[in-house]
Design a protein around this ligand. Sequence first.
Ligand code: ATP
Ligand code: MG
Length: 259
Amino acid sequence: MSALALRKENSPVSFRPNIIELKALSKHFGKLSVLDDISFKVREKEILAILGSSGSGKSTLLNIISGLLSQDEGTVYISGKSSTSYLGWGKIVYMFQEDRLLPWRTVRDNVAFGLENSQIPKSEWPAKIREVLKLVNLEDFADFWPHQLSGGMRSRVALARSLVAEPQILLMDEPFSKLDAQTRSQLHAELLRIHQLTKMTIVFVTHDVEEAVVLADRVAVFSSRPGRIKEMVDIRMERPRQLTDMGVVRAVQDLRRKI
Ligand SMILES: Nc1ncnc2c1ncn2[C@@H]1O[C@H](COP(=O)(O)OP(=O)(O)OP(=O)(O)O)[C@@H](O)[C@H]1O
Ligand SMILES: [Mg+2]
């Protein structure tokens, strides 16, 4: 992805403008209060983890940020503008917990799906697809069908499909949770390498404390239902981070005490 490679920037996250701002979001489903007064900001290129137990409203929050679901109260600002749907204009992509690959399409055509709503002219698609498949180490698998892939490879295709239109914001809902520990940590490394090359902001949901500490600049710790932010925790350590690093071990213990 040539444009991706060119956008490499390394100024610290704390100096960057906010790209997402949530103000006092609340959501009910009937009588069930799921999110209560959620406010936070995310800076350009920041990686924010949302950590919380099952049913605490994490997916609901991503659905609202993406505009798939509307909130009852509060406002979502993306680059300072409020709107109800952001997914369509290519700025935000949303990677769901399941990979949602289309079984009747090859790897190449599954990735092409990520371009179908973009402004990118069709003549540029083949080159974009080749570049992004290279980025996720699947360049030799373009003609494979989803059923011929391992779980890790399927996740890579889903990631490639999310990245191919070069979104500014990547929302991920427990994207690697079904993978074994080794594959998951390989994908973490790949995601961080790709993130390094871009200005992309990442907001991801997890209930894996170690995943949050290895990837994130900040962790929003959710309380159980209704979801509220109990604490925002800064993770100030150089990346890549290894699970055996003392700092990582301490941060994991510290976060475990908070959830
Ligand atoms: N469309 C809906 N209609 C009614 N209730 C819903 C709907 N979507 C979610 N809920 C309820 O809202 C609560 C929060 O759901 P949500 O999926 O956001 O949780 P979560 O934190 O993502 O959980 P998990 O970690 O298990 O994925 C749950 O109690 C769920 O039953
Ligand atoms: Mg969920």
